[in-house]
Every structure is written in structure tokens, then in C-alpha cells.
Design a protein around this ligand. Sequence first.
Ligand code: SAH
Ligand code: SF4
Length: 397
Amino acid sequence: MGALIEKRPLERYVAPAKPSLVGLSRVALAEALGGIGVPERQRRMRVQQIWHWLYVRGVQDFDAMTTLSKEMRAQLDRHFTLARPEIVAEQISVDGTRKWLLRLPGETPDRPHDVECVYIPETDRGTLCISSQVGCTLNCSFCHTGTQRLVRNLTPGEIVGQVVLARDRLADWQRAAAPAGTEPEKRLVSNVVMMGMGEPLYNFEAVRDALAVVADGDGLSLSKRRITLSTSGVVPNIVRAGAEIGSMLAVSLHAVTDELRNELVPLNRKYPLRDLLDACRNYPGLSNARRITFEYVMLKGVNDSLADARALVRLIKGIPAKINLIPFNPWPGTKYECSDWEQIEKFSEIVFDAGYASPVRTPRGRDILAACGQLKSATEKLSARERLALRAMAMTD
Ligand code: SAH
Ligand code: SF4
């Protein structure tokens, strides 16, 4: 015992001399304007105008903000930027899946950090998988990120910035001012899942504030029903998320006994299954149309028996839920293997017969990644970032 449950960040975020306005709350934006001498009586209106340019029109240059005076634009340009996280690589799959490798500043300029962001288009939606930390506070034994150090939390600007840059790359912004009364155009990025790198509920304030910007109806406008936050089970912050964020919740369950979950998700020693399921049961606004997603990674011979499947449906009884079975995505040095396909099917049948949709996701972007159980040697060559992306792909709804 005594093994580390939570890691501490190694670095702090160091703000650049000329900060970006992307990701600031309305209040913070008003304060920023106040800081450069915009009179108080003007701020509300200026915030509204800038918000529209930033989050409806997606402009990348103050000069394009034509509802502001020339002087005002120049003044903003002297003090701020509209920078998004820097994209260092973009890969596009034949099926339309895209992944972006992003570079975030380190505490010292010579040591930047990389995270990845993945876009998965489907017929009726487009899902963006975003990250919340560089590394992770926790250390789940089957997760490659868990074996790495926690470098730092992302800022709200870096979280919102992932949505903004996906819209940039997909040309997913409203082109012109929409005539009054017309339906808004359909957006390519229609859903956001916080299932990339990191544990979002250990970066609570930044995630909360960022998601408020993403959900803002005068801006990026993704409804909270289209935003899903995935957590390994930080119980007190699940309660807070229900009260302060109101997004959909996905819970990384992965085991049906405390004994096994303590091993797979060591945070379970702090917040055991009973407390976790209570927090799920009490999550506000649950109904058949608003269900919790339980994620369950399929580990051969570890958690994939048919008795486990039956125990799983008993465990979550009474909670409006979906179950997402995720084929384990192997990484070099892991002691786990992905369950056999037949076993996943049998497991999924039990879950399905109990009344839960249990889609096992076909991995997307096969040409830019590899899939579970396929091309083992190729899979082992995947970088941490690619594994992250593959994981995200197994997760789309
Ligand atoms: N930290 C959060 C969100 C990021 S992980 C969480 O744990 O929920 C997103 C999902 O991918 C989680 O369900 C996680 O358990 C799962 N996952 C992690 N490593 C995986 C792997 N190697 N193969 C398949 N799924 C994995
Ligand atoms: Fe962190 Fe989630 Fe990986 Fe666990 S599964 S180590 S919480 S990213």
C-alpha cells in the first residue's frame, strides 16, 4: 500500500507576454478590456461583439472584426492575440477522421509539450475528442498515459482552443452574418468528448470554465447534451460537475469488484464502487434521453468473463445508462491484451439482452492508425499520441 494515487503537476503554465483572448469567460474578457482602458460602459457591448467574431465567425485577426473601430482593433492587436494552440501535424484518414498534433508551451520555452485532438465525422454528427491535461494525475494500469508523469493542466484557452482550431481546419465557421430568423447552419463539429489525454475532473475549474464557453449559445453553441466528460471516478467532483457543468457524463468503470478496480483504476481505493455508483445515480437530470455512459475496456482474462458481464448489468441497475465496450488498445510494455473478438461479442450480448445498447465501436481512421488486435507489430510502434487517438476513436457514439 501507500502507492501513489494522485500525481502532482511538474510544471506551471506560463502565460505569454501577449495573451490570447481565446477561451476567456465573458467576465474575464471584460476585465481584459478594462485593463487596456476600454471604459466600463462600453465593455458589455464590446464583449458581445468580440465574442461573435471569435466564436461564431472564427476570425483569426483583429482586423476582420469590422464592427469595431479601426482604433479599437489596433488597440486590441497591441495587447492581445487570437492564437490557438499550435498545430504541428495534421493527418487525414480516407474515412475523414482527422488528428492534429498540438504543441503547447512548457514552463521553459525550449521544452514544449504535445497533446492530440481527434475529429471523427459520422453521418449524423461530428465528434471532437479533446484533452484536459498533459499527462494525467492518475495511474490506471492499462492506460499508457497513466504510466507517464503529470506535466501540467491545460488552461481554459487551450481547451477551448482545441474546438476553435478544429473549426478552423474544417472551415466550420459561419461565413456571413445570418439573416434574422434563419436557422443556424449545421456545424461539422457537433459533439465534444473529453476523452483525450488527462483526467478532466482533476482540472476542474479550467474544464468547467472552458465548457461554459463551448456551450455558450451566442458562440460555439454546442448544447451540453452534446458535450461528454469522461472521468475515472473522482466522486466529489462528479457531484460538482452535476451542479456546475451539467454536461453528459461518461464513467470509466472497467471492473465490477473493488478488488479488481483497485488494481485497474487505483483511484478506486479512494472512491470505491459503491460511492462511485451513488454519485452516478444522483447525477442531475438523468433520464432515458440523458444517460450515463459506462466505459468498460475489454482486457483478456482480466475483466471479460460472462460472469463479469452479468455482474456489470446488476451493478448499474436502475441508472439510466449506456455501456461502451472498448477494445483494449495495447502499448509497448503493457501486461494486458485485448479480449478476443468472440468474447467481446458474447459479453456484449449479455449486456444487450439486459436492455443496454452496447455498441462496440469500429475503430476509425484505420489508415492513419491501427486497430486493436490487428497489425500487432504496427500497433506497438504507435506513439503515445497515436494510441491516444485510437482510444478516442473506439469511443465515439
Ligand atoms: N481520464 C478520463 C478520460 C480519458 S481516457 C478517463 O479515464 O475516463 C478515455 C477512455 O479511454 C477511458 O475510459 C479510459 O479508461 C480508456 N482507455 C485508457 N487507456 C486505454 C487503452 N489502452 N485501451 C482502451 N481504452 C483505454
Ligand atoms: Fe488518466 Fe483516464 Fe488514463 Fe486513468 S484512464 S490514467 S484517468 S487518462
